[in-house]
Design a protein around this ligand. Sequence first.
Ligand code: ATP
Ligand code: MG
Ligand code: MG
Ligand code: MG
Length: 481
Amino acid sequence: AKRTRIKDLLNTTEFGQQVTVMGWVKTFRNNQFISINDGSSINNIQAVVDFNSTDESLLKRLTTGAAIAIEGEIIESLGKGQRVEVKVSRLEILGDSDAEKFPLQPKKHSLEFLREIAHLRFRTNTFNAVFKVRHALAYAVHKFFNDKGFVYMHTPIITASDAEGAGEMFRVSTFDPDNIPRNDDGTINYKEDFFGKATNLTVSGQLEGELAAMAFGDIYTFGPTFRAENSNTTRHLAEFWMIEPEMAFYDLNDNMDLAEELLKYLIRYAINNCSDELEFLKSRLLEEEKQKPQNERSELDLLAKLNFCLDNDFERITYTEAISILRNSKPNQKKQFKYLIDEWGADLQSEHERYLVEKHFKKPVILTNYPAEIKSFYMRLNEPDAEGRRTVGAMDILFPGIGEIVGGSQREERLEKLEGRMAELNIPTEEMSWFLDTRRFGSAPHSGFGLGFERLVLFVTGMTNIRDVIPFPRTPKNAEF
Ligand code: ATP
Ligand code: MG
Ligand code: MG
Ligand code: MG
């Protein structure tokens, strides 16, 4: 049906024209006004209905949540807050909504409650805003890389390779669970499986991305990745989207420059293209802040926080420098960190990362050159430092309120070094000869990183739980819809 979208209607100057609007009833006022939303805008259109001359049985069906179509004249609004409204001459109920049972009442619901009804939460202002921002950011990712001449490369979802050896993989199998073929020793016989091999859902497209970068120069992937993280945090999902560029002839500094440029581009894109949504999310957050005690409220509002990020260079420090800052810090007046890092070589806990970003530097931080022992085999070995310690050319970007948002590195392009690292970690080289071939035939320096898309959406929207920035969150025991 021909209809006018509310977003366009709210900007129109064509008073007196006839329009058809279709959407869902949000609220009523004074037995005269109906607010309708069709998803195109976070704002509603107000329909003016003469209830006295409207059929009684039709009025009864005019309930919160009902899908309706209205026809009428565009008029200038006399009320505050809006410019345009529609004087209704014809009203039709497209789909009834039982007012008693409809879970979204015209009041503020908690995010926890809305998570339970993820199939209906799209109809709230908050989730309209969040998923519009998510959409805009996804589009901007492609725009950024396309404008730079990167090739969008699709890497496989089902794979036999265990990129990280992290043991966080979902196994893919076509076995009948009641009839799993076994070897004589009782272990599962994967040779009988559909793929003739143990396969998993991908945890990262990086290794395949490297193969493509060794031919196209600059590529990126942007797709779902899967990690069987059996933990409930506000930063981890079992299914999340990752942006993974991989660039030939890039060293670690080039890699950091690109990651910082990308993050700033995406944040700026959202500011420029989602102003209604971000204004709404900003005021939503201000409401929340008011609930907190004065000294815990954040100094910057959402937009100020985003702009601050654009206006400042990210702080770049090495792991070794970070450790010495942490050692000399006193996060709680007198006490040092509970897990005091007295051993160089330990991985940072999230409280350490938060301290560096939120208390010490008060801006995004890029941490580089981690100890080899706590990073993946494919990261490039640095020359041992003055004290003979081994580090790799890794870089993690840490954001305020988020923690790690990007993990990346310069890759090890030297065959012998790479084989040496794989041997150390008992990674079978025969099974990965496809990967090692890139180092055998025209190996070139290259780098790349993974940006967690939901963590970016968290930062830009100011939401605090990762379940609230993906339409259908997958977390332990949560996969119904
Ligand atoms: P973390 O330390 O937070 O567990 P990671 O170091 O395991 O992350 P990487 O393997 O470096 O993650 O993946 C690259 C990026 O993907 C991370 O920087 C993060 O932004 C994102 N990411 C990783 N795991 C998850 C997850 N379970 N859910 C959502 N995003 C994730
Ligand atoms: Mg992890
Ligand atoms: Mg990490
Ligand atoms: Mg990481």
